[in-house]
Design a binder for this molecule. Sequence first.
Ligand code: SAH
Length: 346
Amino acid sequence: MNKKLIDKLYHESLLSKDELLLLIGTTTEDEIQYLCEKANQKKEEIYGKSVYIRGLIEFTNYCKNDCYYCGIRCSNNKAIRYRLSLSDILTACEQGNALGIETFVLQGGEDPYFTDEKILEIISAIKHKYPKKAITLSIGEKSYESYQKYKQAGVDRYLLRHETITAEHYEKLHPTTLSIKNRVQCLQALKELGFQTGAGMMVGSPYQTDEHLAEDLLFLKNFQPHMVGIGPFIHHNDTPFHNFADGSIEKTIKMVALTRLLLPNALIPSTTALASLSGDGRKQALISGANVVMPNLTPLPVRGNYLLYQNKISTGTETGESFRLLKEEIEAIGLTVDLSRGDYRI
Ligand code: SAH
């Protein structure tokens, strides 16, 4: 009976690959529900009822990479490209600040226009204005030296999903210029440099098997990231994967719950991809182990162009109204919005 396994996972925060495979594969409703309940319980033991809010600023959708799944890959000439100016970025921060948000996440494609010098200029401008706020970067694979400079400039956290840990599978999702080896080296460098480091994966990406997902969980357990981003793969019409089915909500939620039980202290967002695919995807994740939400602060005129996949929602905080709705959604499931920095708890 898999409920025994779930109890074991709850108590020991560890399972073997075969045991994980049983839970990843279960379709029994009451087992899934039990898994989600235990994950929720574990989250509450560490973080209580708090849902941490991160203001997301998608500051460039130019990208030199050509990941087969991603809508802003360099070969997609239908993508409408944009870059935010420093003053646009600061305006977005002001908007977040007005709402009391204490963490800004700067995400973008790997855009060579944003040299280290430009990134450092942005970071110091934000730090100068908001010395106490946390800054998270998510701009892909860089050299150790670049990461070191960002850290010295005051960046607190870095998100770099590993996407899939199995080399064979990684190669099916990426051109040969990219490798899981380098991705993991980057993650190791980030951790070593003292960033709160985020890894994570897409669920239901093309050619993915449950075995790949089990390996992802074992990698996470071993690497011990501070943050884990997990979202369903969603197709984009102008990519090589346009014909592939979207990932399943149920499996994504299971992976969130399993991750919480393996890594009790992790900060786990209820991702935009989940919310985009299903009306109550966000809520489901928040009662199954997730404890972070990232409303969008990207200026409205360009927000729709950061289109990683079809029908990406762009709910943000552009009006007090939409932020109030987010709060209401969170409170309706008995949780509370926590605007503090929400650092990793040891
Ligand atoms: N350039 C940065 C940010 C990438 S976009 C980096 O390399 O880390 C952020 C995340 O969006 C990616 O890590 C990927 O997991 C996710 N993503 C991209 N395309 C997607 C798709 N089609 N469906 C679901 N998630 C996708």
